[in-house]
Design a protein around this ligand. Structure first.
Ligand SMILES: [Zn+2]
Ligand SMILES: [Zn+2]
Length: 254
């Protein structure tokens, strides 16, 4: 069994806790180290019990605590070699880096990185397997490429970006340049994009979908949920939850 909990999710920070009976990992660590430790304690997880931090890409909202956490907890950081090269250039206290381009394991969890289309190159999503259970995590992607689709569609538990409402983005406070960046093929998925994609892969095996990496300026949790439900059908209401920036999520078992 896996336990999955979002410590924070959104444009200002991302960190997902995943546990099996043997392994405890974080996917990304984009919050202060103190807050990550406090949020872990709030779900009765001792920060010292973490085995590793796995990084998706080198944007600040995914890596800000990697340095301090790795140093304080004496744990390794896994990621694409180019991402780790960037990290170690800026951060000097990372204890141990383990570059991975293909599958790797952390105790009983098998992790398979897959490339996604985003403007920090490389950016990866992860398929995480425990026995027959498969979880996919992909939080920063401008479009769903065929390769991303092939991976995400294998999962029964899906954590996927639903970043912005296109109209809120268009009419919102950001500069035209930033709006274009977010909406581009190397930016972020809109609620509409995510709904459209999920509809195309819906099957009877999907047990949970968590909408992630919502923009605080250009989205609302209820709007993201309803837009996606418009695509996949309201009969799937129970499948869908929205992750938030300020709140630790429920602990999902899978
Ligand atoms: Zn990013
Ligand atoms: Zn991000």
């Amino acid at each position: 069994m896996m336990r999955i909990c979002s410590l924070t999710s959104g444009s200002k920070g991302n960190s997902l806790f995943i546990e099996s009976s043997h392994a405890r990992i974080l996917i990304d660590a984009g919050l202060s180290a103190l807050q990550i430790k406090n949020r872990l304690k709030s779900i009765d997880v001792a920060p010292e019990s973490l085995d590793a931090i796995i990084i998706t890409h080198a944007h600040r909202d995914h890596i800000s605590a990697v340095d301090v956490l790795s140093y304080q907890l004496d744990i390794p950081v896994f990621g694409h070699p180019d991402t780790l090269r960037t990290l170690t250039y800026f951060f000097k206290r990372i204890q141990k880096i383990i570059p991975c381009t293909g599958k790797f394991s952390i105790k009983d969890l098998d992790l398979h990185p897959f490339p996604v289309s985003h403007d920090s190159i490389p950016t990866v999503g992860y398929l995480i397997r425990l026995g027959t259970k498969t979880l996919s995590v992909s939080t920063d992607l401008g479009i769903v490429t065929p390769e991303a689709e092939e991976n995400i569609s294998q999962a029964q538990f899906i954590v996927i970006e639903s970043n912005h409402d296109s109209e809120m983005l268009l009419n919102g406070p950001y500069s035209w340049e930033l709006k274009q960046r977010i909406a581009s093929r190397l930016g972020h998925l809109s609620n509409h994009d995510t709904g459209f994609f999920l509809k195309s892969i819906m099957n009877g095996k999907i047990q949970k979908i968590l909408l992630a990496h919502l923009s605080e300026e250009n989205n609302l949790p209820a709007l993201a949920k309803n837009t996606v439900l418009d695509f996949i059908g309201y009969q799937h209401n129970e499948l869908l939850d929205v992750l938030e920036q300020k709140k630790v999520s429920a602990v999902f078992t899978f």
